[in-house]
Design a protein around this ligand. Structure first.
Ligand code: K1U
Ligand code: ZN
Length: 181
């Protein structure tokens, strides 16, 4: 297994639209799911979309349990029903570390998807699971939760993220230079 690199906002690759998965039960898919799970638990997070690790295929994983033993895999997911009732949840994102803000979404959803072996299933969700499903499915459409915020907030977040990225790049360059001397 491997820990994958998570793309950081405002990386343009986070806005790519994911393509459907066409081959199930393959070693490639099994490895991708295992690597994504290891990456999500290590971060730590409660969800991850393949788009966030630069794989633009319709695959998301979620585990909202505290014990990290309830991994759910959704391939080619579709929302087949959403409640009229809405809820606002303070969302976070591993691609926008350290930023949390309220997003309003349907409080309950029914999702239809395939598992890694290609079996279709349906699941009705509410609470954090419903939030996560919708948040991760947005990633597959190239949408990040900050896209729901005002342009003012989004631009502030973009500037903060770019500043942090420049700092991280400088640290990496210094570490690499230290290794050379
Ligand atoms: O980057 C992602 O898409 C994952 C994201 C999922 C999410 C969380 C909360 C609301 C909406 C979507 C995260 O996991 S952010 C990290 C986080 O919320 C968390 C981390 C550790 C423990 C519990 C939560
Ligand atoms: Zn996210």
């Amino acid at each position: 297994m491997a820990i994958l690199n998570i793309l950081r906002y405002p990386d343009a690759r986070l806005h790519k639209v994911a393509k459907p998965v066409t081959e199930f039960g393959t070693e490639r898919l099994t490895t991708l799911v295992a690597d994504m799970a290891e990456t999500m638990y290590d971060a730590p997070g409660v969800g991850l979309a393949a788009s966030q690790v630069d794989v633009h295929e319709q695959l998301i994983i979620i585990d909202t349990s505290e014990s990290h033993d309830d991994l759910r895999v959704f391939i080619n997911p579709q929302i087949v029903w959403a409640s009229a009732e809405k809820q606002v949840y303070d969302e976070g994102c591993l691609s926008v570390p350290g930023v949390y803000d309220g997003v309003e979404r349907p409080a309950q959803v029914k999702v239809r998807a395939f598992d890694a072996a290609g079996a279709q299933f349906e699941l009705e969700a509410d609470g954090l699971l419903a939030v996560c499903i919708q948040h991760e499915m947005d990633h597959l459409l190239g949408k990040v939760f900050v896209d729901y915020l005002s342009p003012l907030k989004r631009n502030r977040i973009k500037a903060k993220m770019l500043k942090e990225s420049r700092g991280l790049e400088r640290e990496a360059a210094l570490r690499a230079a230290g290794r050379r001397y």
